[in-house]
Write a protein of this length. Structure first.
Length: 103
C-alpha cells in the first residue's frame, strides 16, 4: 500500500498492517512498529484489501485476520476483537455475518 510521509512516498506491505482505524477523513494504518495516516476512506480500503486476509469488524476498524487472537461476544450481537498484540477493538453486529462467513 502506497503511503506518503511528508515529501516521501513508500510502500507498506499489506501483510505488515495489523489493523486500520478510521480517523475522520483519514485512515490510520497500524503496523507492529509504526502508524501511518493516509487520506483514504474505509470503504475504499475495504474494497482494495484481500477479503481472505482482512475483515471489516466495525465502521471504524478493519483487521488483518492473521493478527486476531480471540473474538468475544458482547451485548446485543456486538463483539470484541482481541489482537495478538493485546489491542482490543469493538466489533459491531452489522459486520458479524461477514466476519464469520455467514453471508
Amino acid at each position: 500500500m502506497l503511503v506518503n510521509l511528508g515529501a516521501r512516498f513508500f510502500f507498506v506491505k499489506t501483510s505488515a498492517i495489523v489493523f486500520i482505524e478510521a480517523e475522520e477523513k483519514y485512515a490510520n494504518l497500524h503496523t507492529a512498529n509504526e502508524n501511518y495516516l493516509i487520506r483514504e476512506t474505509m470503504s475504499n480500503l475495504e474494497q482494495r484489501l484481500d477479503p481472505e486476509k482482512f475483515a471489516r469488524v466495525h465502521r471504524s476498524y478493519i483487521v488483518n485476520l492473521d493478527f486476531v487472537k480471540e473474538i468475544h461476544p458482547w451485548a446485543h450481537g456486538d463483539f470484541q476483537v482481541v489482537l495478538k498484540n493485546g489491542v482490543q477493538l469493538a466489533g459491531s453486529r452489522r459486520f458479524r455475518e461477514k466476519l464469520f462467513g455467514l453471508e
